[in-house]
Design a protein around this ligand. Structure first.
Ligand code: C5P
Length: 241
């Protein structure tokens, strides 16, 4: 059976300043392979769909990422878009790129963080499947810790406001998946209202569009700080047995 085409926007324009070092976090190596190369290969080698990726990055990072695409024989990159000051700007740029390429209507688009290099076949398969019954979905995991809603009191101190029921809370990851027209509407709304969202599906919620929860994984971490590298390497070691 012919595989379904799924477009993927890879936001990869973050400066990675939280990492503290001179090398942008997406270029740091995890078990000998740069983070961004691992992320792109997860889609390129996947059996779950025929992925077509647009990489949203800065003009400084673009040549290095292009070299990696060549070095690792990644064949499913359809182009590059210019990143913006925030993740929302970068994803918007990816949406515009796809629109110019003729992506439209019910075409499926995943947004996946360039820094989330351990995404696996189970996650991609569950995400793709959700798109047959929903316009929007998000990979997520149950939270392990109890969370608190906080507020600043009259003395200016941070205090607990309430404790939400842990069983109803999920931590979201990427892929965040959309029918193209819905994604376009979400980012049009963000531009109109000047909203900067750290999470794409939050925009769908604001517009009252149902968002399906799919299974992510505790290993689907985002490489954000130096401590994440050995953790990612341990997950890879276990995966590769
Ligand atoms: O900063 P954060 O951890 O939320 O970044 C998530 C992803 O979004 C990363 O892959 C990062 O490169 C990307 N990003 C981007 N443009 C920005 C900020 C972050 O493409 N301006």
């Amino acid at each position: 059976m012919e595989k379904k085409t799924i477009y993927v926007i890879i936001p990869a324009a973050g400066k990675g300043l939280r990492m503290g070092g001179p090398v942008p976090k997406l270029l740091l190596e995890v078990a000998g392979v740069p983070v961004i190369a691992r992320t792109l290969m997860a889609f390129d080698r996947s059996e779950t769909a025929d992925y077509k990726m647009v990489i949203v990055t800065s003009s400084e990072l673009r040549p290095t990422i292009k070299d990696l695409v060549e070095k690792y024989s990644i064949s499913s990159v359809i182009g590059y878009a210019e990143g913006g000051a925030t993740r929302t700007d970068s994803v918007s740029s990816g949406v515009r790129f796809l629109e110019e390429k003729g992506v439209s209507g019910d075409d499926t688009v995943f947004v996946h963080d360039g820094a989330r290099c351990l995404v696996d076949e189970d996650i991609l398969g569950a995400s793709a499947k959700s798109m047959s019954s929903y316009d929007v979905s998000v990979a997520s995991i149950p939270v392990k810790n109890t969370l608190k809603i906080t507020e600043v009191n009259s003395k200016g101190d941070l205090v607990v406001k309430s404790t939400p029921d842990r069983d109803t809370i999920r931590e979201v990851q990427t892929p965040q998946c959309f029918k193209f027209e819905v994604l376009r509407k979400c980012y049009g709304y963000a531009a109109e209202k000047g909203i900067f969202a750290t999470d794409d599906t939050a925009l769908a919620e604001m517009l009252g569009i149902p968002v399906c929860i799919t299974e992510g994984s505790y290993s689907n971490i985002k490489i954000t700080t130096a401590e994440d590298i050995p953790v990612a390497e341990e997950f890879i070691r276990r995966r590769e047995g």
